[in-house]
Design a protein around this ligand. Structure first.
Ligand SMILES: C[C@@H]1CCN(C(=O)N2CC[C@@H](S(=O)(=O)c3ccccc3)C2)C[C@@H]1N(C)c1ncnc2[nH]ccc12
Length: 316
């Protein structure tokens, strides 16, 4: 405590020394890097705190600049429904850096729902949904578009609190426009993408609302993988789409056309069917989020209100 009192509390840029950051286990892996569980133990007696450290894959220089933007993004966010930023850790003489965040032992929504299905009833799912809405509402006040809202990026803080946990694809909408256009789309989670994001790489608060609709579907399917869209892997330009509600696509189609194929069936008003035993009103919300015309989609504040209303009606 004395040491802590002496070192000035750095308001937003705590510096973690790499030599005191002890690797414990891997929390998750993705295209550009991974998130690891570490103990920050400067006293070397295992009394240090556990933290989640997001690392870039080495020699991904191009993404280092994006990563610096992500650190800047997360360091200004202060919201109960957004994972807490703790600081940064430089390595290789500032050539590389890691993002240090609070560690939440329950992990991501995907694993939690699959393992705790019995403990999570409709009211609890609706509570989680309304918390994600509030986190997104807060993000939008700062003109951020998340672009990767999915159950895999939602953290469970406790049995009654979830937090939005990854801002790797988050962008700021320019002050003079209503949307953000991506130039070099990398591997994209197309099954969470709004039609305009698929066909025009156009992202806005309303495309985040579309993705929220898919997160609602994941919530009410308890992230059950076979009733859920999965990320597709591009293997030498051929896509193998695992069986899922996107079954009309479960053909082996040639690379780029899968996006256009998905955009086309969305245009014909095909949508994901309701998850088993999903309340009709909740499915109605998903359909509102999946309006083809983004102007017709609700905003997060009205979604939060509609969810609260359903929660009141929802008898146990
Ligand atoms: C659900 C969380 C976010 C998603 N994730 C993950 O592994 N990734 C998010 C980005 C991708 S990445 O590796 O592709 C990536 C790497 C670098 C730049 C950009 C992207 C990995 C797992 C996390 N997880 C289990 C956690 N569990 C407990 N406490 C936590 N605190 C903070 C995260 C966290």
């Amino acid at each position: 405590p004395v040491l802590r009192a002496l070192s000035p509390a750095q308001p937003d840029q705590a510096l973690f020394e790499e030599r005191h950051l002890r690797y414990i286990s891997l929390l998750g892996k993705g295209n550009f890097g991974s998130v690891e569980l570490c103990r920050y133990d400067p006293l070397g007696d295992n009394t240090g705190e556990l933290v989640a450290v997001k690392k870039l894959q080495p020699n991904k220089q191009s993404t280092l600049d994006d990563f610096k933007k992500e650190v800047k993004t997360l360091s200004v966010l202060h919201c109960d429904y957004i994972v807490k930023y703790r600081g940064v850790c430089y390595s290789m003489g500032r050539l590389s850096m890691s993002l240090v965040m609070e560690y939440l032992p329950h992990g991501s929504l995907i694993g939690y729902l699959e393992n705790n299905r019995h403990k999570v009833n409709t009211r609890r799912l609706l509570l989680f949904a309304s918390q994600i809405c509030k986190g997104m509402e807060y993000l939008q006040t700062l003109r951020y578009v998340h672009r990767d809202l999915a159950a895999r990026n939602i953290l469970v803080a406790s049995e009654s609190l979830v937090k939005i946990a990854d801002f790797g694809l988050t962008k700021i909408i320019p002050f003079d426009k209503e949307y953000y256009r991506v130039t070099q789309p990398g591997e994209s989670p197309i099954f969470w993408y709004a039609p305009e994001s698929i066909s025009e790489s156009r992202f806005s608060p309303k495309s985040d609302v579309w993705s929220f609709g898919v997160v609602l579907h994941e919530l009410f399917s308890y992230c059950n993988m076979n009733s859920n869209p999965k990320r597709v892997r591009r293997q030498c330009n051929t896509i193998v789409v695992p069986p899922s509600p996107f079954s009309p696509l479960s053909l082996i189609v040639q690379g780029p056309s899968i996006s256009m194929h998905l955009a086309n069936i969305l245009k014909t008003n095909w949508r994901l069917p309701p998850p088993p035993s999903c309340p009709l009103k909740v499915y109605g919300l998903m359909k509102e989020c999946w309006a083809y015309d983004f102007e017709e989609r609700p905003c997060f504040s009205s979604l939060a209100n509609e969810i609260e209303t359903i929660m009141q009606d929802e008898r146990e």
